[in-house]
Design a protein. Structure first.
Length: 461
């Protein structure tokens, strides 16, 4: 009986809630329409901003504007058709308030099930819009085209564009990569591939994306998309000055009406503040960029690559060594150039000069104490150049401490910390660090098995 009363009260309350809008004027409807129009106006502005930044093409922007315009017209038509009469609203509200409870009770008595513990859930599939259907047809046609002729570069690019427009970024990256491989001289295909990978990774410049951008720069040192994302990779890696240099160089080389310029300037201002630069510092750096005083890591030109390929192995090595020596001389005059030391470390490693590469990485680690990747690279180089089992603790330990200070769960930091503790005879700390490390290692990997064997083999404390 009590349950019946409660259900009756709940039903009446629900009916009143449903009927209440009919007793009010159509002011709420007008407000709702105004709100929807405001949303669509914001969407139009967002489309314009994306077009200015070069994130979408002109055809995509026109299609988006047309779709938003169609929705605005639909609002007006719906309002004209569905606007309720003010005089009839109270009558309709009274009818709903009276009839709904009785209709609900009749349906329940005929078909209800009081013992049912959980209602069935029906998920309605979203009906595809006309735009998505059109894109699906285009994608299907392009897919058939590249299957029939896998060497059709333009079809691969068009397929990548279509997939990107509907946010299927991973598949778009595959299509752009095929085009990149088919046309080894075109930088844009490589940079588009990298951009799609970035979008698929929610804005993170992954190693795969960075490799694509570096390939684009190798093909064309001035490719704007690649230069921007390589700067973004520097920023995400904590290399703020390198990111700033790249973006200032891109800004300096861009036309005044370049669609990405306004967005780029905003990014430059943000990263300069993150790097602790004042407006005067930024202005001075811009002047240095214009005068060419700031060194830039650019790939060799095609002519240089062709000339190097025609050299003998000895001549090629001599040329590389000369370039490395010139870089080392420049760094002696400018010892605070962290990016230069990093390039020198890579070059020394290519020449097989591991100790010299380690020392250059040490310079990078000193100049970037907050960059955990720089610390890890230096720590690995210390271990690699030391005799087996004899890594110098006095040099390695401060580096490991910096790694764990930035990230106390870093796997390489925990591993090296355990190694240092074991070398010092502190089995307890070694076991503790390696046990923590096991939490971050895949249990199905050989690394996990090896680590567990190491822990089990530790002597008793």
């Amino acid at each position: 009986m009590i349950i019946g009363i409660l259900l009756t009260l709940m039903t009446l309350g629900t009916a009143l809630f449903i009927a209440w809008p009919f007793f009010r004027s159509n002011v709420d409807g007008t407000n709702r329409i105004d709100q929807e129009l405001a949303i669509y106006k914001d969407q139009l502005a967002e489309v314009d901003r994306d077009r200015e930044r070069g994130l979408i093409g002109e055809s995509e922007a026109d299609a988006a504007r047309a779709e938003i315009g169609r929705r605005i017209i639909a609002i007006d038509e719906a309002d004209a058709l569905n606007a309720p009469s003010v005089g009839r609203a109270p009558v309709l509200g009274t009818f709903v308030a009276i009839c709904v409870p009785f209709l609900a009770l009749a349906v329940y008595l005929y078909q209800g099930s009081p013992t049912l513990e959980q209602p069935s859930q029906i998920v309605a599939e979203e009906q595809p819009t006309r735009t998505s259907l059109d894109k699906s047809g285009i994608i299907q046609d392009l897919t058939e085209a590249v299957h029939q002729d896998p060497n059709d570069t333009e079809s691969w690019v068009s397929l990548g564009n279509a997939l990107k427009s509907i946010k299927r970024y991973q598949q778009a990256a595959v299509a752009y990569t095929r085009a990149m491989n088919l046309a080894p001289e075109i930088a844009e295909y490589a940079s588009r591939s990298g951009e799609a990978i970035v979008f698929a990774a929610n804005g993170q410049v992954t190693p795969g994306a960075e490799a694509a951008f570096r390939e684009a720069v190798r093909r064309d040192p001035d490719d704007p998309r690649a230069l921007y994302y390589l700067g973004l990779a520097d920023r995400q890696g904590g290399r703020l000055r390198e990111a700033l240099n790249r973006w200032l160089i891109l800004e300096n080389g861009s036309q005044s009406d370049a669609p990405w310029l306004n967005f780029l300037i905003i990014q430059i201002d943000r990263v300069s503040k993150e790097a602790g630069l004042t407006s005067q510092d930024l202005a001075s750096l811009r002047e240095k960029i214009k005068s060419g005083d700031v060194p830039v890591a650019r790939g060799p030109t095609r002519e240089q690559i062709r000339a190097a390929q025609e050299m003998s192995e000895e001549d090629r090595q001599e040329m590389i060594r000369g370039m490395v020596d010139r870089l080392a001389d420049r760094l002696r005059d400018n010892p605070n150039d962290a990016a230069g030391w990093q390039r020198l470390a890579r070059a020394r490693m290519v020449l097989g000069e591991k100790e010299a590469s380690r020392d250059a990485l040490g310079k990078v680690a000193d100049l970037r104490p907050r960059d955990i990747e720089a610390q890890i690279a230096y720590a690995d180089a210390i271990v690699e150049t030391a005799a087996p089992g004899t890594a110098p603790a006095d040099i390695l330990k401060p580096v490991v401490d910096r790694i764990l200070a930035r990230d106390d769960r870093n796997p390489q930091g925990l591993w090296l910390s355990g190694q240092l503790a074991l070398s010092a005879g502190n089995v307890k700390i070694a076991k503790r660090q390696w046990t923590r490390l096991m939490q971050y290692v895949d249990p199905n990997s050989p690394r996990y098995v090896e680590l567990k064997q190491k822990i089990d083999a530790l002597p008793e404390e």
